[in-house]
Design a protein around this ligand. Structure first.
Ligand code: H79
Length: 443
């Protein structure tokens, strides 16, 4: 009897507690494989696009609904949305000229408006004045121009009656909502349309922090998406919790620091998303980052072994702002000269700071110099290898000495070749990618 009792108790625990726990993790064989993730991380630089009917007001997408713009007004903006000057090829060319290798469009943001003709809600582009499939046109233009096409999709939807919250920070749950139906019919249905029609390279989830979304939904959804396309890359905002770094409970393939450059990490893939101005969606006269900030952000991201997803908010008529197009083009011009120190490289071995960052590829170590205030720079810890030569990319030789303990001291000229980031290319006698992370004392 006692044995039977024990058996019963263990059966109870096995059937009730264990499965609940195991559904919170994604099986290793379903996760996106390392080769695909390495291919993604080699791209280094992508364009984020936040766009929708909210551009008619110039306020923030999603967040201004019920704040700067009354809910009733916000929810009807789409009826006026008519971006007649939208030209997918032009947007994609702008990304390409910037040296970007992938592009991510907000197919659906927190306001629930869909930029593609979905069968699951009328709150979509076909019911605007414009009536053209924005997502489809971008997917096509990306394919044509050799840019990887990716889709932003938030799990929260303040517009959908079945999603239990209808405003940011709402405490009380809508009793008429049906979260299971929202997830299993609407969300899965919409994502199936997006995957099977547009074949995105990556899905950028957001909005997982509200209470109705659970870790169980996330794991289920990850498995579902992988059943539709085993190769699709998924960011870590599908799962609950910290996004800045990968943890043992992360659901997704890579970490997503927002508006801040991620820390050096040689183990887990990550991508910083950051705005070229201050708002995600277009805002008139929004403060734009200087070229120096733009280039150094990209170099520091690469130096930390991460990608940069750089955001542009196009205007209500469908065009991107000319000053932003110019700024991006200037980044592309820098990349034409210095791209070999960004694309397909690894970050490290030093953590980037405001003076310099390093990247590496095979026997080459690239040192990005940000400051023209320094006369020399010491790189400690380069033991068991020899530096053979050094020169500025696109320029003159650089003088340096290597001490017997391996430390390298670089003498910098009074005038650096590039005012934003001058890159020194060092040839080593061994593979720079094998150097372990080197911690520096503040110099
Ligand atoms: O889509 C962009 C943001 O809308 C979204 N993620 C990026 C990619 C995001 N959703 N939530 N959050 C970011 C975190 C919340 C930030 C907030 Fe705010 C601070 C919400 C209100 C204050 C940022 C600043 C958004 C509105 C003002």
């Amino acid at each position: 009897m006692k044995k039977l009792c024990l058996l019963f108790i263990s059966f109870f625990f096995l059937t009730t507690l264990l499965p609940a726990q195991s559904t919170q993790e994604v099986a290793a064989n379903i996760k996106t494989n390392k080769k695909i993730m390495n291919g993604f991380m080699d791209l280094r630089f992508g364009m984020f696009i936040h766009w929708g009917p909210v551009t008619l007001r110039g306020t923030e997408i999603g967040w201004s609904r019920g704040n700067q713009v009354p809910v009733e007004e916000y929810d009807n903006l789409y009826k006026e949305f008519d971006p007649v000057l939208f030209d997918a090829d032009k947007w994609v060319k702008t990304a390409k000229d910037a040296g970007m290798k992938y592009l991510t469009i907000t197919a659906k943001h927190h306001d629930g408006f869909c930029l593609w003709p979905t069968a699951f809600t009328e709150h979509n582009i076909m019911h605007s004045q414009y009536k053209k499939d924005i997502v489809g046109e971008l997917a096509k233009a990306c394919k044509k121009q050799g840019i990887k096409f990716c889709i932003y999709f938030t799990v929260l939807d303040w517009y959908d009656p079945n999603y239990p919250n209808h405003l940011p920070g709402q405490k009380e749950i809508d009793p008429k909502a049906n979260m299971n139906k929202f997830v299993n019919t609407t969300m899965k249905g919409e994502l199936k349309e997006l995957i099977t029609r547009y074949h995105p390279y990556m899905l950028w989830f957001d909005g997982d922090w509200e209470k109705p979304w659970t870790q169980e939904y996330a794991v289920e959804m990850y498995n579902y998406l992988k059943s539709l396309d085993p190769n699709v890359i998924i960011n870590n905002r599908l799962g609950k919790g910290d996004h800045v770094e990968m943890t043992s409970t992360s659901v997704g393939d890579y970490a997503t620091p927002e508006q801040t450059i991620g820390a050096l990490n040689m183990k887990d893939p990550w991508e910083t998303c950051m705005t070229i101005c201050q708002q995600w969606a277009w805002k008139p006269n929004d403060k734009m980052k200087s070229l120096k900030e733009c280039i150094q952000t990209l170099a520091k991201t690469s130096g930390g072994n991460g990608n940069l997803l750089f955001n542009v908010g196009p205007m209500l008529d469908g065009r991107m702002e000319e000053r932003q197009i110019q700024r991006l083009k200037e980044m592309g011009d820098w990349l034409k000269i210095y791209g070999e120190s960004i694309y397909n490289t690894k970050g490290g071995p030093y953590a980037p700071n405001d003076t310099f960052a390093t990247t590496r590829k095979g026997n080459k170590l690239f040192v990005h110099i940000f400051s023209d205030k320094i006369k020399s720079l010491s790189l400690p810890g380069l033991t068991d290898l020899k530096v053979l030569r050094a020169h500025f990319i696109g320029g003159a030789k650089v003088s340096f000495t290597q001490e017997t303990n391996g430390d390298v001291v670089i003498s910098l000229p009074a005038q650096l070749p590039n005012e934003n980031d001058s890159v020194i290319e060092f040839d080593l006698n061994s593979n720079a990618e094998n150097i372990p992370v080197i911690t520096m004392n503040k110099n």
